[in-house]
Ligand binder design. Structure first.
Ligand code: G4P
Length: 532
């Protein structure tokens, strides 16, 4: 029992979020470097390397130089066991990103020091704040010309509505970025890269602010500027409050340069202390599930098929919420209403996978899915059956009519589309009185349409024709007794059904929604549903 608690308490499971190009991949790589999980930085993802194509499916990522899938990595550092959830940062991200955040206990937000808060950061931040999880900020690329740090703090506070507390403060920026002042210990850390260009861990000298060594090292102007900044911070800044950090009301901020490793290790150390161990999840009945019980429980947050084209496998990613997982153990699959053995459990490190013998609350593992799981499903002990509360689904904002170019390929088309929909990458709607040979697809980000096209061609041998539609909003009709044919709707509103035969309205604008509601007094519409 003691061991179980210790194992769980040393776990830290977090997601890294950023706008594309802010440095998420570089930072992840450097964290792995410090964790000893890789020896030389540059091995996680080399866009120029031919070895990069783990599967055909990732070809699309290679072509576009972006990360479409979100992956999970585990490594040990300083007694902690760390699970990093990588979220796709591209502009047209999907629901996958949202769901990945559901599996994390905290988030690290990477901001480009020259650009500040960008679009994608804003969206992802919004999802994190819905769950009140701790959010840590890294102001990255301090080795380049950066904006004034005070101005950046203001922008984060104003744009994202979260208070900030700089844990450290940069000494210079660009070529002059010498190191950081650590506020808690009131000490200075000056970095030295020794010409390795960030491929190995960086060394540093640490000491008191008024040490003559540092005055000499920094030079009078930088040192004076730093002393002024510190004074201003202490007078004008927010107080540090761990309770507020833990509930996502105050974001600790770190200045760093992931590329040169400056500030990466101080961040990691401080982050691991401040962030929480695995947080409890709620059941559908609103009860908290004790993380430290012996009983294993987990939920499925992501399904990914054909990760390995040789095996054509389908993997369900589960977040363990309580207890301990042992290979071959029997669990109860709540939604399938039966006992199952979890087979071929795997963990992931960068591009490698390995079998796991045991895992604990906080960990993410992939299990072989013979087509029985859906996103949001619960695995619980056979002796104590319950289900976790559902994962929110986010309303698609882009719609298209999709059909196979060659009608003979209809069967493969239906199979492929159903698979991609089950993974949660797209939503599929049927038009009334038309079968599955022609469907309407809804996606959160338009890139998912490209992913659908690419996967159908590569995995199912089907070329598709995509006709974009002008709809922007989808609403579920909540009142089941309502006969949709009796509805009074405008001609540019379309009535469709989802895969579970629920009635849905597609609208082109807000005005259409208001019109439908005011002309159908009993109509009840909902926007985000839950997967259960
Ligand atoms: P992302 O995953 O958030 O999209 O960003 P990624 O780490 O891929 O970084 C985007 C670009 O920014 C990369 O350059 C990377 O080397 C650079 N970068 C990341 N962190 C820092 C930093 O601290 N300082 C500086 N100066 N640059 C940084 P690239 O030329 O687009 O790609 P690559 O050819 O270097 O891989």
């Amino acid at each position: 029992m003691e061991d179980l608690r210790k194992e769980i308490e040393r776990r830290r499971t977090f997601a890294i979020i950023s706008h594309p190009d802010a440095g998420k991949t570089t930072l992840t790589e450097k964290l792995l470097l410090y964790g000893g999980a890789i020896r030389l930085a540059g091995s996680v993802k080399s866009r120029k390397s031919a070895k990069y194509a783990v599967s055909d499916w990732m070809e699309i990522e290679k072509q576009r130089g972006i990360s479409v899938t979100s992956s999970v990595m585990q490594f040990n550092y300083d007694g902690y066991c760390i699970n990093i959830l990588d979220t796709p940062g591209h502009q047209d991200f999907s629901e996958d990103t949202y769901r990945t955040l559901m599996a994390a206990d905290s988030a690290v937000m990477v901001v480009d020091a020259a650009k500040g808060v960008e679009d994608q950061t804003r969206k992802l931040f919004h999802v994190c704040s819905l769950r009140n999880i701790p959010i840590f900020t890294i102001v990255n690329k301090m080795d380049r010309e950066a904006r004034d740090p005070f101005e950046l703090m203001d922008e984060i506070q104003n744009e994202l509505g979260i208070k900030t507390y700089p844990m450290n403060w940069p000494i210079g920026s660009g070529k002059e970025f010498k190191g950081v002042y650590e506020r808690h210990s009131q000490s200075i850390q000056v970095f030295s890269s020794e010409g390795t260009h960030g491929s190995t861990a960086v060394s540093s000298v640490k000491g008191s602010v008024d040490d003559q060594v540092f005055m000499d090292l920094l030079g009078a102007p930088l040192h004076e500027k730093l002393m002024e900044d510190i004074e201003l911070l202490d007078i004008a800044g927010d107080e540090f409050d761990l309770a507020k950090v833990r509930t996502g009301q105050l974001s600790p901020v770190f200045f760093a340069s992931a590329l040169t490793n400056f500030g990466v290790e101080p961040f990691l150390k401080s982050f691991l202390e401040l962030t929480s161990s695995p947080l409890p999840r709620m059941t559908a009945e609103g009860e908290e599930v004790d993380v430290f019980t012996e009983d294993f429980s987990a939920f499925v947050f992501k399904i990914q098929a054909n990760m390995n084209p040789q095996h054509r496998d389908r993997i369900a990613f589960i977040r363990i919420c309580s207890g301990k997982f042992k290979k071959g153990m029997e669990v109860f699959h709540y939604q399938g209403k039966n006992r199952i053995k979890l087979s071929q459990p795997q963990q992931f490190l960068a591009q490698d996978r390995e079998m796991v013998e045991e895992a604990y609350a906080g960990d993410i593992i992939g299990v072989f899915d013979p087509g029985i799981y859906a996103i949001g499903d619960t695995l619980c002990p056979p002796s104590h059956k319950f289900r976790f509360e559902g994962i929110p689904t986010f309303a698609p904002e882009h719609f298209a009519r999709v059909k196979p170019v060659d009608t003979i390929k209809r069967k493969q088309f239906v199979k492929g589309v159903t698979q991609v929909a089950q993974e949660g990458a797209i939503q599929v709607y049927k038009e009334l009185h038309i079968g599955m040979e022609e469907i309407i697809v809804g996606v959160v980000g338009t890139l998912q349409m490209d992913v659908l096209e690419f996967r159908l061609k590569n995995e199912y041998g089907v070329d598709i024709k995509i006709d974009h539609l002008p709809y922007r909003f989808v609403r579920w009709i909540e009142n089941e007794e309502l006969n949709p044919d009796d509805l009074n709707i405008t001609s540019d509103t379309r009535l469709v059904k989802d895969m579970r035969d629920r009635n849905i309205l597609l609208f082109q604008n807000d005005w259409g929604i208001s019109w439908a509601l005011s002309h159908n007094k009993t109509l009840v519409l909902s926007d985000v549903g839950k997967v259960e």
